[in-house]
Design a protein around this ligand. Structure first.
Ligand code: HEM
Length: 62
């Protein structure tokens, strides 16, 4: 299940984690926002904050 807060979720995608590469240089803000929003709504996942905007990804890059 993906039910945790979205800020760490954005950070993991941007910066990578353990064996996962960073997506910062590969994906745009819009793509990262889209893939996180998708994951947070698919497969029965339904966290409270389930919409990630590109502006939030941009803010997390700084
Ligand atoms: C855009 C596509 C991808 C998304 C959205 C994504 C998302 C995530 C997220 C959210 C986590 C953290 C899970 C957690 O700690 O709760 C994670 C972990 C991981 N991802 Fe990805 N991932 C993607 C692509 C990939 C690819 C292509 C690889 C392999 C080359 C990969 C390998 C891993 C590994 C090995 C972990 C575990 C890291 C650890 O905890 O040590 N991911 N991924």
């Amino acid at each position: 299940m993906v039910n945790g807060p979205q800020d760490p979720h954005i950070g993991i995608l941007l910066n990578g984690k353990g064996g996962m590469p960073s997506w910062k240089a590969t994906l745009s803000d819009t793509e990262i926002a889209a893939v996180i929003t998708y994951t947070r709504n698919a497969w029965g996942n339904k966290p409270e904050d389930n919409l990630v905007q590109p502006a939030e990804v941009l803010a997390a890059r700084k």
